[in-house]
Structure formats: structure tokens, C-alpha cells
Design a protein around this ligand. Structure first.
Ligand code: HPA
Length: 277
């Protein structure tokens, strides 16, 4: 088998295992939990858990704060699949594990992917522990997960991403945030590859580009999902001001600590939003 065939086979086998675990439940929504936002996993009712290690081709995780579990059940009565943990491009340039994870969601009938992440703010009015609806992105990873041989069975070689972050879903999430009294900014998410945080000069550069938040994830996930025809929505939890915009010293521990502070609002928003997504 070549790599394309092996990947297709992994997706097929992973989807079969997930379908068996669904036991008749038909989730249309999958949620990927970002760094420090794993608390939502504990809110899943009637949870059935699969570990990534048991799903062929799924990511093998290494970063603290990312558990590597697929959780099936209901959030606020709505059937969902929660993906707790994922592989980042600062760990590998191999996009296949992420592709397997997302394409197997599509294969089991999921139509909408909700992405979340921890991010740094580029704007003074977007403050630490607040949330930002992602309305668009800038892919500054230097990588696109769809580079390489294209399997037409998943999606086309070339595809538009003008509406990558679904405007109609975004509007619904904003409405829910207002109803719930949750502060929800909106803006453009800029993906850096990491693992270093940015320099102050890089932060000034992407401010000038129209970015509103920076992070190291979610853009590949969005592109893979859009390629195979899923809708995408996403929210960043602001864990810090971008480098040079405040005196705080950035670290992963700092990210997790501040993500925990935003997690309450994040969970409140998502629990209400699942009803309308
Ligand atoms: N930069 C990149 N990734 C991040 C940041 C940041 O400031 N905060 C949380 N993830």
C-alpha cells in the first residue's frame, strides 16, 4: 500500500470503530478541545471513551494538557463527538494523523467541526481570559496540510476558503454569547508554527496584516475539514497578550493557567451553542 491508500484504510478502520462505539447515536457535530480547555470533556453525558491509541492512524500525543481521547455522548442533550487533544505542526510536519482524525469524523456522519484553541491577543480590547470567535485566518505556518498527493475520494485538489469559518454558524454563536452574557470578540486568527512564541517584531507584523489573535493550531484542522466538505466554526480562548504587548513572560504553563480562567465562559458558550450549531 502507498501512503494515500494506507491513510484511506486508516480512516475506514477508525470510522468503523467509532461507528460501533456510537451505538446508534448520530452526532452531526464534533468539537476539538484546545490547550487547557479539556474540562468540557467531563460535561459529556453518557460518555463512551475511545483512546486515540486504539484508533488506526490517529495522532499519538506528546504535549502536556492534551489527553488524546475521543468522547462520544451528549452535551446539553445534543449528540456530539469530543476530540480531546490533537497533533500540532510544531510536533511534526506529518499531516496524516490530523487528516485521519478529521476525515473519520466526516466518515461517521459529522457535518460541523467546532474548533477551539488557546491564543495570544493582538488587540488591547481583546483581553486575557476572554473569548474570540474566529471569523477568518491567516495561514503563516509555512505548511498546508493538503500538500502532497490528493485523494479525490476526500475532496478536490483545489478548493476555495473564502468562507472557511462559516459566517452563518458564527452569527448563531454570537447570538448565543449575547443570550448567555458571555463576552465574545471576533477576529482573524493567525497561525504560527511555533514551538517558540513570537517575537515582538512578529507580533507587530501580524497586527499590520489585520490579525487579531495568534496561535499554533486550528488552521490545519479547518483546512482539512473544509477540503472534505464539513462546516467549521471556532473560538479562541485568549491566554495572554502577544509578545511585547505586555510584561508577562510566555510559557506553556502560563497558557494552561490562563486557559483555565477562560474555560468557564468557554464551557458556558459551547454548552448553549451546541443547540444551534
Ligand atoms: N502565541 C502563539 N500561540 C499561543 C499564544 C501566543 O501568544 N498563546 C497561546 N498560544
Amino acid at each position: 500500500m502507498n501512503e494515500v491508500q494506507l491513510h484511506a484504510e486508516n480512516v475506514r478502520q477508525a470510522a468503523a470503530k467509532i461507528t460501533a462505539a456510537l451505538g446508534g447515536l448520530k452526532p452531526k457535530l464534533a468539537i476539538i478541545l484546545g490547550s487547557g480547555l479539556g474540562g468540557l470533556a467531563a460535561k459529556v453525558e453518557g460518555a463512551v471513551k475511545l483512546v486515540y491509541a486504539d484508533l488506526p492512524g490517529f495522532p499519538v500525543l506528546t504535549v502536556a494538557g492534551h489527553a488524546g481521547q475521543l468522547i462520544i455522548g451528549k452535551l446539553n442533550g445534543v449528540p456530539v463527538i469530543v476530540l480531546n487533544g490533537r497533533k500540532h505542526f510544531y510536533e511534526t510536519s506529518d499531516a496524516y494523523p490530523l487528516k485521519t482524525m478529521i476525515r473519520s469524523m466526516k466518515a461517521v456522519g459529522v457535518e460541523t467541526l467546532f474548533l477551539s484553541n488557546a491564543a495570544g491577543s493582538l488587540r488591547p480590547h481583546i483581553k486575557v481570559s476572554e473569548l474570540m470567535l474566529i471569523t477568518d485566518h491567516i495561514n503563516f505556518l509555512g505548511l498546508n496540510p493538503l500538500v502532497g498527493p490528493n485523494d479525490e475520494a476526500f475532496g478536490p485538489r483545489f478548493f476555495p476558503v473564502a468562507d472557511a469559518w462559516d459566517p452563518a454558524l458564527g452569527a448563531k454563536i454570537k447570538e448565543v454569547a449575547q443570550q448567555q452574557g458571555v463576552t465574545l470578540h471576533e477576529g482573524v486568527y493567525v497561525a504560527f508554527r511555533g514551538p517558540s512564541f513570537e517575537t515582538p517584531a512578529e507580533i507587530r507584523m501580524v497586527q499590520g496584516w489585520g490579525g487579531d489573535a495568534v496561535g499554533m493550531s486550528s488552521v490545519p484542522d479547518c483546512l482539512i475539514a473544509r477540503h472534505c466538505g464539513m462546516k467549521v466554526a471556532g473560538v479562541s480562548c485568549i491566554t495572554n497578550m502577544g509578545a511585547g504587548l505586555s510584561d508577562e513572560k510566555l510559557s506553556h504553563a502560563h497558557t494552561l493557567e490562563n486557559a483555565a480562567k477562560g474555560a468557564g465562559a468557554f464551557e458556558k458558550l459551547v454548552l448553549a451553542a451546541v443547540k444551534v450549531l
